[in-house]
Design a protein around this ligand. Structure first.
Ligand code: DSN
Length: 448
């Protein structure tokens, strides 16, 4: 049977959109640091008959019949995760990172407890206590920050923990380009009797590949999404460490109960199968080389950008991600840089920078990374070429300014979007991107 043959026949509209998205992924440089290209094996597991099954509960303890093979799949994913990350307990059922983090918060804390996490506009994640997230509304959230140089302010973390005595401290971020100081966080958490929870969503593949320190000896609980550097399907895992079980022998049970029945119903078994496949792939020797290459690419790209006159937060990177500070061009210009790059076929996302002078919706930076390009096989030479393209595209926002009024802002973005379409340099970069993509085929041999 032709793969997608039925979809093409039954629902040509949906089929066409998927086909267009495949072309978009193939013909552009995907540089959102939280995205990646899974293997076809992962896609096949996710696109399987497992999507038909209900299996509330855990392996061997389900609320539905017919779960013999689902149990095998979930056990396989768990045992691979345990061995890859060297932890005694793993839950692979969270639908994604945000529910995983809320489940951990509910398992470890009571409503109203004090929690600490990195401030959102400094690079922290919504679910680490930001005011508009349930984690910021249910708990008394005390944010910590980065210093002017962009590195986490450990002196502030220690002082806040001592003063506010949090029940739980998050270490992890969504826009932080330096190695996380897990050991220093553990000292602070232990001294104040707090749980330390490491959210390694962004760096899980780097930890698995041995190019970022693992939090497992330091944190009580570790959460991660599975679709970023780990290169699996969209999903998440919660891991309980030996240190966590030593602090509370019932921790694993509390986490499992918080996921189901606390927060979720039936697990997405097709995703669990995709996670199992991705974990197997991440345990192969070639994944270590992949992780090493991601970081080398990221460092080379950061150097190339800096050499071309672009300001990089902290002056560089230790991981897969780079944060560009656009304030030398003006405040709140992230959207313009994102639009210019998108028109050139380079996908990044606007992002806040430390000490953000504008707002999360109109931030002053862009965030980009190398996991997906590294999956396509690109190396240092390509990063230098891409560094030049990105710098040149960013130069095209020179002279822009973000107006104060909302209506004026929207008009200004619309006007920029229309103008950048006909920009000669952006057109040149677009053809360079296309030729580069042609040399690094994606999902070769797969056609729709
Ligand atoms: N949205 C993810 C990211 O892009 O980093 C985090 O949830």
């Amino acid at each position: 049977m032709e793969w997608f043959g039925e979809l093409k026949k039954d629902d040509p509209d949906t089929y066409e959109y998927i086909k267009e998205e495949l072309s978009r992924q193939r013909d552009g440089l995907e540089m959102i640091p939280s995205e990646n290209f899974t293997s076809m094996a992962v896609i096949q597991a996710c696109g399987s008959v497992l999507t038909n099954k209900y299996s509330e509960g855990y392996a061997g303890r389900r609320y539905y019949g017919g779960n013999e093979y689902i149990d095998d799949i979930e056990r396989l994913a768990i045992s691979r995760a345990k061995s890859l990350f060297k932890v005694p307990h793993v839950n692979v059922q969270p639908y994604s990172g945000s529910p995983a983090n809320l489940a951990v918060s509910l398992a470890l804390c009571r409503v109203g407890d004090t929690i600490m996490g990195m401030n959102l506009t400094d690079g922290g994640h919504l679910t680490h206590g930001w005011k508009t997230s349930a984690t910021g509304q249910l708990f008394n959230s005390v944010p910590y920050h980065v210093k002017a140089d962009g590195y986490i302010d450990l002196v502030e973390v220690a002082a806040l923990a001592e003063e506010r005595r949090p029940r739980m401290i998050w270490v992890g971020a969504t826009a932080y380009t330096r190695e996380f100081p897990f050991e220093e966080f553990a000292k602070i958490a232990d001294k104040n009797g707090a749980y330390l929870v490491a959210d390694i969503s962004h760096i899980a593949g780097l930890v698995a590949g041995g190019v970022h320190k693992s939090p497992v000896d330091y944190a009580h609980v570790v959460t991660t999404t599975t679709h970023k550097t780990l290169r699996g399907p969209r999903g998440a895992m919660i891991m309980v460490t030996e240190k966590g079980l030593a602090k509370d022998p019932e921790l694993a049970d509390k986490i499992d109960k918080a996921v189901f029945p606390g927060m979720q119903g039936g697990p997405h078994d097709h995703t669990t199968a995709g996670i199992a496949v991705a974990l197997m792939e991440a345990s192969r020797p070639e994944f270590k080389e992949y992780a090493r290459q991601i970081v080398s690419n990221s460092r080379t790209l950061a150097d190339a950008l800096a050499a071309n006159g672009i300001k990089v937060v902290t002056g560089g990177t230790d991981n897969h991600m780079i944060l560009i500070d656009l304030t030398p061009f003006g405040n709140g210009l992230g959207i313009f840089a994102q639009e210019a790059l998108e028109r050139a076929g380079i996908t990044v996302n606007k992002n806040t920078i430390p000490g953000e002078p504008s707002s999360p919706f109109y931030p002053s930076g862009i965030r980009l990374g190398t996991p997906a390009l590294t999956t396509r096989g690109m190396k240092e030479g390509e990063m230098r070429r891409i560094g030049r393209m990105i710098s040149d595209a960013i130069m095209e926002i020179k002279g822009m300014r973000m107006p104060e009024e909302k209506e004026e802002r929207l008009a200004s973005i619309r006007e920029f979007r229309a103008r950048i379409k006909d920009n000669a340099r952006i057109k040149e970069i677009r053809s360079d991107v296309l030729s580069l993509c042609g040399s690094f085929p994606l999902y070769q041999g797969f056609e729709m």
